[in-house]
Design a protein around this ligand. Structure first.
Ligand code: AMP
Ligand code: GLY
Length: 422
């Protein structure tokens, strides 16, 4: 079967890497892809939002399954267009993906169906929003309603900070259309954890849990990024909490879809806060996480194509994936300056040497081939992943590999996952 993967990040390289191991996959195309996907298959110069171009390509190249990476392609209706053309595609439709593309829609859904989440109110005018902030308990969390590249959330410690965030969104339109509506919610205390579950409309399949490290610098300091590294398992979700997540979040999610008549097929990736009152949903993502996917595919022992097809065909309840007992760590190597401005076109060395180490795979994100060299082409450049018997071992192997890779301005965190012998 020919596969088309839409997107150009580390997530897409990780999906391509895993799918390439399936005996049923003949060729992998990636649109637009990166330097890593070019090594596994063929990159196609079509952007993820070029819906008609992608439909046409899938028809002419006889693509058996298309897999969508990025949220904006989902929100634009890529899946709807493929469905209308009778082409098989993995991902939710635009209306189902509103669970990610509108935080107020997601909040209403959670409240209607009893899914635990932070108490919140939504606003479209800054005067009433500021009024509300002045009478609220701090910290307060202010969120742009729409997709804002992970930058639309502000944790305000004071009234002044809250009012500034409100005005930036509603009056100064810092996030354009995405910030015309805001959600203001209570601050939840606890430990964060990411979960992924395939959803085929009627049932779900919960994956092992992970933890992302969103801040740019060690010790969770510095600005928020798309994610500077991940571990799986997170070390915080024991069997009892996992059962609670299934009962209170995923079972209710499926029941809610039915009640509301929403057809959801694809990956559901809720960000959770594990609070003293139990797990609560911070946000729904309607796609695979990046760099969560990098650690998940390393732990998946069985064929990913089987799972994706079962999701699209509605047969997930009979799927039997195998997971490796091993722990996985992914360390992101980013361009200097990320998540702010950064330069591109720096020559990358050492990947081949890093990959000679046991249990190491280097996933590409912002890379491109330029003549004989591989060069940086984005903020997050590489995701160095390693498996180990436990998290400290996976961490040690990932950093040993990462130490062999160089490019000018390379920036990384040095504290992804627990160290020591635990
Ligand atoms: P979101 O995009 O909604 O997941 O928010 C991005 C990050 O902001 C999360 O990963 C959390 O670290 C933080 N955050 C969001 N909502 C809350 C909340 N209600 N309480 C505490 N932290 C939050
Ligand atoms: N790593 C966070 C995300 O993919 O949203």
């Amino acid at each position: 079967m020919n596969i088309l993967i839409v997107g150009s990040g580390g997530r897409e390289h990780a999906l391509a890497w895993k799918l390439a191991q399936s005996p049923r996959v003949s060729k992998i195309f990636c649109a637009p892809g990166n330097g890593g996907t070019a090594r596994l298959g063929e990159n196609v110069p079509l952007a993820a939002d070029n819906i008609s171009g992608l439909v046409e390509f899938a028809k002419t190249r006889k693509i058996g399954l298309t897999v969508v990476g990025p949220d904006d392609a989902l929100a634009l209706g890529l899946v709807d267009a493929f469905d209308a053309a009778g082409l098989k595609i993995f991902g939710p439709t635009a209306s189902a993906a509103r669970l990610e593309s509108s935080k107020s829609f997601a909040k209403d859904f959670m409240n209607r169906h009893g899914i635990p989440t932070a108490r919140a109110r939504e606003f479209t005018d800054s005067a009433s929003a500021c009024e509300w902030c002045r009478t609220s308990k701090f910290p307060l969390v202010i969120k742009a309603d729409g997709l804002a590249l992970g930058k639309g959330v502000v944790i305000a410690m004071t009234v002044a900070e809250a009012e500034h965030a409100v005005r930036q969104c509603l009056d100064e339109e810092a996030f354009g259309e995405a910030g015309r509506r805001i959600v203001i919610e209570e601050f939840l205390e606890g430990v964060e954890c990411s979960i992924h579950a395939l959803v085929d409309g009627a049932s779900y399949l919960l994956f092992p849990d992970c933890r992302d490290h969103k801040r740019a610098c060690d010790g969770d300091k510095g600005p928020n990024t798309g994610g500077m590294g991940t571990i799986s398992p997170s070390g915080s979700l024991d069997e009892c909490l996992r059962a609670q997540v299934k009962r209170e979040i995923l079972d209710r999610f499926i029941a809610g879809l039915k009640k509301d008549g929403i057809e959801y097929r694809g990956m559901l990736f809720p960000g959770l806060m594990l609070t003293a009152d139990g797990p609560k949903v911070l946000e729904f993502n309607c796609r695979w996480g990046d760099p969560e996917t990098q650690v998940l595919v390393r732990r998946l022992g069985s064929d990913l194509l089987d799972l994706l097809e079962a999701t699209v065909e509605g047969t997930l309840s009979t799927a039997t994936p195998e997971w490796r007992e091993a722990a996985a760590t992914c360390v992101i190597l980013a361009s200097g300056g990320y998540p702010g401005s950064y330069e591109k076109g720096k020559i990358i060395t050492g990947i081949a040497s890093a990959e000679t180490l046991p249990d190491v795979v280097v996933f590409h994100a912002g890379t491109k081939d330029a003549g004989e060299t591989l060069q940086t082409n984005g903020g997050r450049v590489l995701g160095v992943t390693a498996l180990g018997d436990h998290l400290p071992e996976a961490r040690q192997k990932a950093y040993e590999a990462a130490d062999r890779i160089a490019f000018e301005g390379l920036q990384r965190r040095n504290d992804i996952g627990p160290a020591g012998n635990s």
